[in-house]
Each structure stands twice: as C-alpha cells, then as structure tokens.
Design a protein around this ligand. Structure first.
Ligand code: CUA
Length: 336
C-alpha cells in the first residue's frame, strides 16, 4: 500500500486512499465547511449563486412540467396549433430584463467578494510564506523565519498568513478548500493570497491545475496551530540538521551521490534547490507530496525506485547498492 498506486485493483487503491485520508482528518475538504476568512467569502458567494440558480431551475422546470402535463395530447384533440404569440413587448422585455438583472447581481456580488479578498493589506506581524510550485511538489519558504520545508504548510490560528505563489516550471494552482479559493502559481509571476484560519487542525489541499503526469499526487497539507505550538514548530525547524555520528556512513553516501545536486540539508555540502529541502525531512507526515506516509519502509522503496511509487516523477533512482541504500535510509530517518 505504501509503495505503489498503479497496477492496483480499484479496491486496494480505495483502501490506500482511505488509509491516507482517514487517520489524518475527520472531516473532508469541502468549500461548504469554511474555517477561514477568504473561504467564508467564497462560501457566501457560492450560496447566493446556488440559490439563484436553484430558483431559476425551479421556475423553468416547473413551467416545463406544467406545460407538459396541462397541454398533453388528449383523446379528441383536433391536432391544430395553439394560438401563436409574436412581438409581445411585455414578454420580450421580461425575458431580457430579468436575466440581465440576475447577471448584474451576480457580477456585483462576485466583484465585491474578489475586492474584499484581494484588497486585504498585509497587516504588520502577519506570517509571510512563499510557496513555489514544482512538478510535483510544493516548496515552502518562510523568508522572515529562515525556514524551508515542503508539501506541509504550518501556520498560526487566528492570525493572517500571507502567501506569495510562484512556479518553477508550469502553471499550478494552490487550493485548500476550507481555507481559501484557488490561486494559480504561474511561471515568471508572483501571485499573492492569504488565509486566516479560525480553527486549529489539519486541512488538506491539492494542486488544482493540471500540471503533468503526477498532478493528482501534488497534495498539500496545512497544519493550523495555536500560537505557542506554532512557535515551537518554528524553533524546531530553525535548528540545523541532526548530526548523528552513528549514521556517518549513510551521510557519506548522501554527500557523495547526486542527491546533493537537488536536495539541501542545512549544515552539510548539500545545497541543491531542485528538490525538497531534507533538513527536517522526518518532521513531515508524508513523502512525495502526499503520495505515501513518511516511514522508513516508504523511504526505502522511494529511494530504490521513485518512479515505482510515483510514475513520471523527476527524481531518478540513484542505483546505489543494497547496503549503501540501507545506510542512506538510516541517515535520512535521523533528519527529524
Ligand atoms: Cu501542480 Cu497540478
């Protein structure tokens, strides 16, 4: 279950997906359960649009049903046409003006919502994050806190977090349904969005713009913490990487293979930025942007053949021999 999501029966795919989803969060990710300011605005606008659409549906479907029933063919009908109405000013005005009014109302409400959400200025003291979309993972940087992580965003509850969105390759879209609407990550452009969650917890997100083979495995997790808990997370993430002498052999493997061209571990020769920062790798709950849980076994399978876990992934298999692979995994699991 940890290793592969392809060539599996639908039942086992479902079981794997449930195992990944079930123990993390008791509630599903839905725009109808907002827990943050911009998501509230989108929810209110969505309810209004749905209400208007439902009213129009009821009127149209009701008239249609009435017409079908009341004017159905009866025995003895002479088969002649009913009276035809042409050029009625009242009718034509009605079916022109009412839809225009409906569209104007929807436009104004949408514009107001967009203005409210996008016009919000960053207050002093807000947490600032830069998220960079990659095929197929999220680079997460806290420029003011000197923290770099991946795929799991941590923010304080009850305070605004402003998120700058960039892309390293193609267009992606940042979407955590319970926290905010979608915002695209576009190459050579910086978009900004913000969230202000009112409940602590784990909120799941997903890349919402098709970005290649593993678009579906570009998962995102947002952990919302009470302030003291967030502060503890920040302190832990700012620590240099654990230097455990008992795994020196594995560290040597890491530092002498191509791993370091793409990955960074603070305080070592590894300073690559193409792949996720591994300084506190094991502080994350999932591996490969939510494709599997972060366990020793999953890491082992991942390093042996990343493409087997996530077909199409850009990380190559390093083809180190079995003892070296074990040492490498032993080193990586110390990076807490
Ligand atoms: Cu990134 Cu879809």
């Amino acid at each position: 279950m940890e290793r592969t999501f392809y060539l599996m029966s639908p039942a086992s795919v479902l079981a794997a997906a449930t195992a990944l989803a079930g123990d993390d969060t008791t509630r599903t990710s839905s725009i109808f359960a907002p827990v943050s300011t911009p998501a509230d605005a989108a929810y209110t606008a969505a309810l209004l649009v749905l209400a208007i659409a439902a009213a129009i549906f009821l009127v149209v479907a009701g008239l249609l049903a009435y017409g079908v029933v009341a004017f159905r063919q009866r025995p003895g009908d002479d088969g002649s046409e009913p009276p035809q109405v042409y050029g009625s000013d009242q009718i034509e005005l009605a079916w022109t003006v009412i839809p225009i009014l409906v569209v104007v109302v929807l436009c104004l409400v949408t514009a107001r919502t967009v203005y409210d959400v996008q016009g919000a200025l960053k207050p002093p003291g807000a947490t600032l994050v830069t998220v960079v979309g990659h095929q197929w993972w999220w680079e997460i940087r806290y420029p003011e806190l000197d923290i770099v992580t991946a795929n799991e965003l941590h923010v304080p509850v009850g305070e605004p977090t402003f998120i700058d969105l960039e892309s390293a390759d193609v267009a992606h879209s940042f979407w955590v349904p319970r926290l905010a609407g979608k915002t695209d990550l576009i190459p050579n452009r910086r978009n900004r969005m913000w969230i202000e969650p009112r409940e602590p917890g784990l909120f799941r997100g997903q890349c919402a713009e098709y970005c290649g083979t593993q678009h579906a495995h570009m998962g995102l997790r947002v952990y919302v913490h009470p302030r003291p808990e967030f502060d503890r997370w920040v302190v832990a993430q700012r620590e240099p990487a654990v230097a455990d002498p008992t795994v020196a052999a594995g560290r040597r493997v890491f530092e002498t293979t191509a791993c370091i061209n793409c990955h960074a571990v603070r305080g070592t020769v590894a300073t690559g930025r193409f792949g996720p920062d591994l300084t506190h790798l094991m502080s994350r709950a999932t591996l490969a942007a939510g494709a599997t849980r972060m366990t020793r076994e999953a890491l082992h399978a991942w390093l042996a053949d990343p493409d087997h876990v996530k077909p199409g992934v850009l990380m190559p298999a390093m083809k180190v021999d079995a003892p070296a692979l074990d040492q490498l995994v032993s080193y990586l699991v110390t990076l807490r």
